[in-house]
Design a protein around this ligand. Sequence first.
Ligand SMILES: Nc1ncnc2c1ncn2[C@@H]1O[C@H](COP(=O)(O)OP(=O)(O)O)[C@@H](O)[C@H]1O
Ligand SMILES: [Mg+2]
Length: 203
Amino acid sequence: MILENFNYITSGCEGDVYVDNAHKRVIKLLYEDFSQENFIYLLNIYRRCQYIHGVIKLVNDIKYKNIHRKHLLFDYIEGHSLAKICVKRSLSLFEALSVMSKIINVIVEVHQEDIVHGDIHAENVMLSNANITLIDFYAFRKQKTDDLVDICKLFYEIKWDVELIPKEVKALFPKRKDAILRRYTTTKDLQNKMRLLFRSFHV
Ligand SMILES: Nc1ncnc2c1ncn2[C@@H]1O[C@H](COP(=O)(O)OP(=O)(O)O)[C@@H](O)[C@H]1O
Ligand SMILES: [Mg+2]
């Protein structure tokens, strides 16, 4: 398929991703064998999340430029993925904790809607100025606790200035899955602990 004025970004496990710079849109062309059921599922979860600040916005345009392949059309996010930023430089303690806390807040809201992101990692978190946007929800059902575990793992994907991470911060994010699930039942538990930590910093 020829996509004029689209710039190819990547091909992932669901499809090929292009950016339409002129119209500030990103389009994910799903692979031919992507099931209708999973397509409807994805459309639904993005729609249900449209009011959650920090979740990528789906653009309703079922026949974008007459593309006859199942696709998802999104607003373009300025900035870079957290993964890309971390390749360039270490985040300060303040920046990293602020990013983690924003991700946790968004996921708590997503879980309140009974939706699971399913694929939280540094390439699926976009950062522009101080804002984060979660992209790339996973089409195959997973548990909320998978998101909880992925958030704790993400903490170790962030390139930190290691000397600056206090023990009490590390303790919030256990490394092992069993330890994470012993410590927290829901992402809300992690959010509460994070809030307590922030409060202790301000005393
Ligand atoms: N809405 C968007 N705005 C800007 N860049 C995006 C957007 N969506 C995706 N990207 C870029 O494309 C990459 C791949 O998109 P993603 O939806 O995560 O697909 P994949 O399934 O290939 O991981 C992202 O890591 C990000 O760099
Ligand atoms: Mg991705």
